[in-house]
Design a protein around this ligand. Sequence first.
Ligand SMILES: *Cc1c(COP(=O)(O)O)cnc(C)c1O
Length: 393
Amino acid sequence: MAQTNSTLTHLECGFCGKTYDPNQLLNLCTECGKPLLARYDLAVAALTLTREALQRREPSLWRYEEVLPVQNDWAQLRLGEGWTPLHHARRLGESIGCPNTYIKDEGLNVTASFKARGLVMAVSRAYELGARELAIPSAGNAACAMSAYAAAANLPAHVYMPKDVPNLFQVECRELGANVTLVDGLINDCGVKVREGVAAHGWFDVSTLKEPYRIEGKKTMGYEIAEQLDWELPDVIIYPTGGGTGMVGMWKAFDEMEQMGLIGSERPRMVTVQSTGCAPIVRAFEQGVEHAELWQGAKTVADGLRVPIAIGDFLILRAIRQSGGTALAVPDEEMLHYARVMGSQTGIFPAPEGAATLAAQIRLLEQGWIKPDEQVVLFNTGSGLKYAHLWAQ
Ligand SMILES: *Cc1c(COP(=O)(O)O)cnc(C)c1O
């Protein structure tokens, strides 16, 4: 049993800065209730995590081992997560007047969405630190990814889903061995059930940003984009934002990479896209405030974007503003429409969340906010196959 090359040193609250020993199971900051972020000895990491060394590493997100939290080889769960292709979508780009359009296709991940990146890290680390049972409230993809990695680690998994979640997601979780409970209510009602189970049975809660490591898995998207573009970050990244771990994670990754000398100080402009049926981050961005209020009556077919309140709101808004980015909402009908535009011009069948990034790019090109010669990376965060019911005739 070997040690990994992880250089994890401590956890730090993203809001009040309180620090913690990382070698214990932790959820939120005990002082202020905000998310904890993992910190590394980046000077040590930089000695081995070099551009040259990376060329010889395995094609998965574990290639960035120095800046990931897992300490022991036996705890690194592997089902083929990460290192997804970044396609230059030439035909699509030319048709919309932005030839340097790229698509990071996250639909190829385990359980067909990028939730695998976050959950492989949360579950590996919980397993390493001795969690005995895992629980999650989820409307879809996160529950599937958690179920897969819990099965890989042989840990019991408890999933609470709103009862109107498409059958496919329930089936996938069950066949992966999870205990699935359908709740007559919304995702926040599922969260209440999970908290009851945590209190009664000592389950470990792996909700978005309520434990420190999902973001560590998601940040690898930032490392991959840099590596795949030969260490020149794009001008713009468009990301469909729900809980925001991807935005926050990539922003953290860029800082780490700069401190390790892998990239310079230039940053992409980070764009958040949400649905007009649930756009709390867009509203807060427009109002110029630090925290996003609860979005009443959240409704969208893009399950990943149905997040009426995000615990990491201030971190998402910080990344958008510091990068000179923006936030916008698109209606569900546009997402469904642009899925075919993307699909028929690239061969990638996107989730509605992924199609939303194309709708946003076109709007921003029309407004002149994106210039035709700029390099833009769109995130297709999941496979359209899981949402096929939305287009079925
Ligand atoms: C969860 C999810 C999102 C939102 O991701 P966050 O990192 O939580 O903002 C976007 N797309 C899909 C397909 C998702 O499952």
